[in-house]
Each structure stands twice: as structure tokens, then as C-alpha cells.
Design a protein around this ligand. Structure first.
Ligand SMILES: [Mg+2]
Length: 235
């Protein structure tokens, strides 16, 4: 039985969702839909497509712009094709090191892994599936990686996970400092223990140091930290 577990955020922690979003926007431009569409989407539905807070609903997106009916259907069809193409090749957005990190967590640390994904369920499921991350890490059909998708109430859902594993040492790895602070607060309030780790996004020069939250640049450093915390021999 494993003595430890790691809850790992999906977007921008294991995979480069930032670049994926940029490619979606490029597809909009390519299909000559730039002028109206980006503006429309940004203004009318900032919760669907917004540069800072991106909870993108694939289904709602096309439903919304088709309902607007101001674009030629042919262009929208082409855009949808391009979006599908990008989604289907989502494995190209996997960060170098992600697969190796997950493999080592399973083989060397013997940790339970929970991939935590925040966003619209169908879209998140599609991204995880097309990332092919799980099948690349686990060759047999053993259930070593659990996937939890949380469209809302992120903190509550993480708290639930942590409460269910109170006898084990837990690690939480995520790229967003603000989210990590909120999670740390909820965990501390309940008197639980969870080592919250920020994986600093590659495009950020530096991150603000927060008390009680660990910060690392890459998975190699995170793996060493986890092994050290568990008193495992470092290979
Ligand atoms: Mg993230």
C-alpha cells in the first residue's frame, strides 16, 4: 500500500495549455474571423474565452457564435475543424518531464496519483484523453492514476480528497500561486497536512515567495523534494 499521494493539476502544470490557447486564437485569425469573433467572445462571454481567466467551454463556444449568426457557417465549420484538430493533437502540448515524473512517482516513490483538472467536464476529459498522458505512463490497465475533474468548488473538492487520505503524506502540485494560497488556507483551517507546491510557469521570471508554500522550477526538483520529505534514497 502506498504511504503517499500526489494531487497534480493538469493545465499548465503537466501540459502547456497556454500554448494551446494561443493556437486556438491563431486558428480564429486564420479563418478570417478575427475582427468580430475575438471581440464578441471577449466582451460577451469572458468566462468562455479570456486571456487571464480561461474556463473554455468548447461546446458553449460554438453554440454561442453560431447563435449569433453573423459569421458565414463555412468559416465556423472550418474553425471547428481546426479546433478539433488542435484538440486531437493535444499530446504535443505535454511538458517535457511530465511523463517521466509520473512514472517515477509510481515506480520509485510508490505514490498514488490523482490528476486534478479544473474546468468544464467534457472539455477537460477530451484534453486529458488526447494528451495520451495516462496511457504513456501506465502500460497495463492497473488503476494507478485517478482523474478528478472539478468544474466548480476546487478547494472543497481538494479538501475532500485530502480528508479521505489523512493517514498518508500528501503533495499538491499546481502552477497557480493564488489557487495554492486558497487551498493551503482551507487545509490549514482543518488542521490537515498537505505539502502545497507551486511549479513556477516557464514564462514567469520569478514568483512571489509565500510562507508555507514550496516553490520549484521543474519536475526534477519536485521529485527530489518529495523523496526527501518521505526519507527515500535519492537516485
Ligand atoms: Mg493550472
Amino acid at each position: 500500500m502506498s504511504k503517499s499521494y500526489a494531487i497534480i493539476d493538469f493545465d499548465d502544470t503537466l501540459v502547456d495549455t497556454f500554448s494551446f490557447k494561443e493556437d486556438l486564437v491563431s486558428a480564429v485569425k486564420k479563418n478570417d474571423l478575427y475582427k468580430g469573433l475575438i471581440k464578441d467572445v471577449f466582451n460577451k462571454a469572458p468566462h468562455y474565452l479570456n486571456a487571464n481567466k480561461f474556463v473554455f467551454s468548447y461546446t458553449s463556444f460554438f453554440k454561442m457564435i453560431r447563435a449569433g449568426n453573423q459569421y458565414k457557417n463555412e468559416r465556423l465549420d472550418n474553425l471547428e475543424k481546426d479546433f478539433n484538430q488542435l484538440l486531437k493533437s493535444f499530446d504535443r502540448y505535454t511538458f517535457p518531464g511530465s511523463i517521466d515524473f509520473l512514472k517515477k512517482l509510481i515506480q520509485e516513490v510508490k505514490a498514488e496519483i490523482i490528476i486534478f483538472s479544473y474546468g468544464e467536464s467534457a472539455f477537460q476529459k477530451a484534453k486529458i484523453k488526447h494528451s495520451r498522458l495516462i496511457e504513456k505512463v501506465i502500460q497495463d490497465d492497473s488503476n494507478k492514476i485517478q482523474v478528478v475533474i472539478s468544474p466548480i468548488d476546487k478547494e472543497k473538492n481538494i479538501l475532500k480528497l485530502v480528508q479521505g487520505k489523512a493517514s498518508k503524506t500528501g503533495f499538491f502540485i499546481n502552477d497557480k500561486i493564488k489557487e495554492n494560497q486558497a487551498i493551503k488556507k482551507v487545509i490549514d483551517k482543518k488542521g490537515l497536512d498537505l505539502k502545497v507546491i507551486t511549479k513556477i510557469p516557464y514564462f514567469k521570471e520569478e514568483a512571489q515567495k509565500i510562507k508555507g508554500i514550496y516553490q520549484f522550477r521543474d519536475f526534477l526538483e519536485i521529485l527530489l523534494f518529495i523523496k526527501d520529505q518521505l526519507n527515500l534514497t535519492i537516485k
